[in-house]
Every structure is written in structure tokens, then in C-alpha cells.
Design a protein around this ligand. Structure first.
Ligand code: ADP
Length: 401
């Protein structure tokens, strides 16, 4: 009896052991699967976080560069790569290996040594000079140990260019104002010193003073116009404008000037209606025709013409048969104060701003302006303007026909 009971007990124990072992193995497998799931989930979370971080960094307008403890690049965002035109993989490389910019490498060293945010202006020597503002700061962990360095880059090039243009403009304006002013001052002093006693000399000097005062007045008027046009303060009063009639008015105003040089004015404009500000278009035509008279050939002719290019746009031109404009100056003549022949322009009472005003007005209308010229064969100035929508009756007439 006892041996049987012992065998049964052993068999039961083995059964229980095997059962537990199976259950344990199942539990172990389940735990493994869960652990694996957890690991995968964590991995995915890290990948998602990194992707989100990348999207965030790449959406920044500022260039961003993260360096690790060993000053190797850990991350560079899209703006940074665009700023420096880097296409290759940068991770793990040093600043010097990627950009060869000593100044930047030194800035990182300084940021580490000084342990504060540094603000620095960096000039990047390239074909086209570029200016960047760089902020550099050290990243530390909670124990205060250095983990790396962060550099943020702002592109200052446009701002610097604007600053330079403004400085040049102020310098040019001062120069332009000084010339007539010093002439006026000089002749007034000479008159006061006694020249006024000789009526003939006095009249001659007073005429020079009057001419220069007139020049100052023109210059100031042009400067005010340019400044208003550039600041966008000018509200265009758009309405259908019969450009042919505007040219007639301009011709009437400039007839005596043309007559002095025996220049014939020809209006070849067809009946076109531009969608424009009449006063401003008159200014455009007046400046172009005035230039054509000033710089054109004596006894020559000035023609104003145009045609519609499509339903929405028309092209106009002002042509003279003077000496023309050198090819290398064709693009520059629309710049403020640019003159091909400074002495000639001043002698003719020019301010050097006429074409710049023309360009602004045409562009404010959504048009373009350009010039064509061949040495000795005259100059032609072209500009485009939007056409006015045809009147309802006109559409009806066309449809009926
Ligand atoms: P300005 O007051 O000197 O005439 P503009 O801006 O009107 O200033 O013109 C700039 C320069 O372009 C002129 O100084 C002149 O050298 C040149 N220019 C303009 N129109 C003509 C033209 N029709 N023929 C030759 N040169 C011209």
C-alpha cells in the first residue's frame, strides 16, 4: 500500500511541477512579448519625438546648429544648411571641417569659456557678401556640466543692404543739395560785396541764383515724390485713362522746350484706355518726353506710341533719335541719381531722379519699364500698364458685330 501511495504522491508532485513549469514558461513568454512591445513603443515614441523636433527645427527661419560636448555637429536645421549652402551630411563633423570659418569656431570656444550668451556679427566672405547675427550659448545639464553648444543664426544681409542704400541716398542728397546751395551762397556774397552796384553783372548773378533756386525746388519736389512712392503712401486713383490724350497734354506743356531744340513731337498712340492714375501717367510721360527732348538730337524727333499686348495689358514707348545710352548703363539709369553724363544732366537742369520716379509709378501700377538703345541710334523707353476693362456697351457692340 505504502509504495503505491508514494508513487502516486511523486506522480502528483511531478504533475504539479510540470503544470507550474508550463504556466511559468507561458508567463515568461507573455512577459517577454510585453517587454518587446514596450521597447518598440518606446523606440517609436523616441523616433516620433525626434521627427517632431526635426520638423520644428526645420520650420525655423533662423539657422540652428547644435554641437555636442566634443564640438562635433549634432544637429543642423534646414535654414542653417540653406544659409551656408551645405548639402552634405554634417553630423559628427566639426565646424572647421564643414564651413572653414575660424571666426565661428573661435566664437564657440569663447561661449564655452565665458559661459554666457554671446551676440556676434559675422561677415561671410563669399562672392556676394553676407552678414549674419550669431547667438552662441553653452547647454549645461542639471549638474552644471557642459553638454554642448547651441548657435542661432539670423540673416542680416537685407538689413545691411538697406542700411547701406539709405546711407548712400543721404550722401547723394546732401551732395545734390550742396551744389546749387553753394552757388547761391557764393553769388549772394559777391553781390553783397559790391557787385550789385553794376546792374549788368547784378542781373547776370541774380539769374544764376534764380536758376539754382529752381533746381533746388525741383530736387526737393522729386525727393518728396520718390519718398512717397517708396513708402507706399501713394494711393493710386485708378480709372480708365485715354493715354493718347494724356500724351497730347504733355506735348502741349513741353512744346516750347522742344521748340528751343527744334525737335518735332509725334503722337502715334492708338485709342487705348489704361486702368491707371491719370496724374501719375502724365508724370511718367512728361519725364520720358522731357528726357527725350533734353538728350535727343537737335532738329530730331520724339515719338510716343503703343499697342495692346493682350486683353489685359498694353505696351507704350517714347523714342528719340539722339546719341542713345551706352549698353552698360541701360540697367542702371533707373537707379536714383545715376546719370550717364553728370555734367550734361545738371546743365539741362536734371535731378537724376526722373527715371527712378518713372520706374516706381509704373511698378505701382503693376507694370514694367525698360530701355533699349544702340549707340548713335537713339533711345527707346518702354513701359507696360494694365488695360481698363471695356465698357459694357463696347462688349455688346463687339458681340453684335
Ligand atoms: P536726369 O534728371 O539726369 O535726366 P533721369 O533719371 O531722368 O535723370 O535720367 C537718368 C540718366 O539717364 C540721365 O542723366 C541720362 O544720362 C540718361 N538718359 C535718360 N533718358 C535718356 C535719353 N532719352 N537719351 C539718352 N540718355 C538718357
Amino acid at each position: 500500500m505504502w509504495p503505491l501511495l508514494t508513487i502516486l504522491a511523486i506522480a502528483a508532485a511531478i504533475g504539479i511541477y510540470l503544470g507550474w513549469q508550463k504556466k511559468f514558461a507561458r508567463l515568461q513568454r507573455q512577459t517577454q512579448v510585453e517587454m518587446e512591445d514596450f521597447r518598440r513603443h518606446q523606440q517609436q515614441t523616441t523616433i516620433d519625438a525626434k521627427a517632431q523636433q526635426q520638423v520644428l527645427f526645420n520650420s525655423m527661419l533662423e539657422g540652428l546648429l547644435l554641437l555636442d560636448r566634443g564640438r562635433k555637429i549634432y544637429l543642423a536645421n534646414r535654414a542653417f544648411k540653406n544659409l551656408f549652402g551645405v548639402k552634405a551630411e554634417m553630423r559628427g563633423k566639426t565646424i572647421m571641417e564643414v564651413l572653414r570659418l575660424h571666426e565661428l569656431a573661435e566664437l564657440v570656444e569663447r561661449a564655452e569659456a565665458e559661459k554666457q550668451v554671446l551676440d556676434y556679427e559675422l561677415k561671410v566672405p563669399e562672392l556676394k557678401e553676407r552678414w549674419l547675427q550669431v547667438n552662441a550659448a553653452v547647454i549645461s545639464n542639471s549638474a552644471g556640466e557642459r553638454e554642448g553648444t547651441i548657435l542661432v543664426f539670423h540673416d542680416l544681409t537685407r538689413l545691411k543692404q538697406l542700411e547701406r542704400t539709405r546711407e548712400e541716398f543721404v550722401a547723394n542728397v546732401s551732395h545734390e543739395l550742396r551744389t546749387p546751395l553753394s552757388l547761391i551762397k557764393g553769388y549772394v556774397e559777391t553781390l553783397l560785396e559790391g557787385a550789385r552796384n553794376n546792374p549788368e553783372v547784378a542781373e547776370h548773378f541774380l539769374r544764376i541764383i534764380a536758376r539754382n533756386a529752381e533746381r533746388l525746388d525741383l530736387l526737393i519736389q522729386d525727393l518728396l515724390t520718390i519718398s512717397a512712392l517708396e513708402s507706399g503712401r501713394v494711393q493710386l486713383n485708378l480709372q480708365p485713362v485715354a493715354v493718347r490724350l494724356v500724351a497730347e497734354k504733355v506735348f502741349a506743356d513741353l512744346k516750347s522746350r522742344a521748340g528751343k531744340r527744334s525737335i518735332t513731337l509725334k503722337n502715334e498712340l492708338p485709342d487705348l484706355s489704361a486702368n491707371a492714375d491719370e496724374g501719375r501717367i502724365e508724370q511718367v510721360l512728361a519725364n520720358l518726353v522731357d528726357n527725350a527732348i533734353k538728350y535727343g538730337r537737335p532738329q530730331g524727333q520724339v515719338i510716343v506710341g503703343g499697342k495692346s499686348l493682350d486683353e489685359a495689358k498694353a505696351e507704350f514707348f517714347v523714342q528719340d533719335d539722339g546719341p542713345g545710352i551706352p549698353v552698360e548703363s541701360l540697367d542702371r539709369i533707373f537707379e536714383r541719381f545715376y546719370r550717364v553724363d553728370k555734367a550734361r544732366s545738371r546743365e539741362q537742369g536734371g535731378t537724376g531722379l526722373g527715371l527712378s520716379i518713372v520706374k516706381h509709378i509704373v511698378q505701382n501700377h503693376g507694370g514694367e519699364v525698360w530701355a533699349r538703345s544702340e549707340a548713335g541710334k537713339g533711345a527707346t523707353f518702354f513701359f507696360t500698364l494694365p488695360l481698363a476693362a471695356p465698357k459694357v456697351e463696347e462688349v455688346a457692340e463687339v458681340e453684335a458685330a
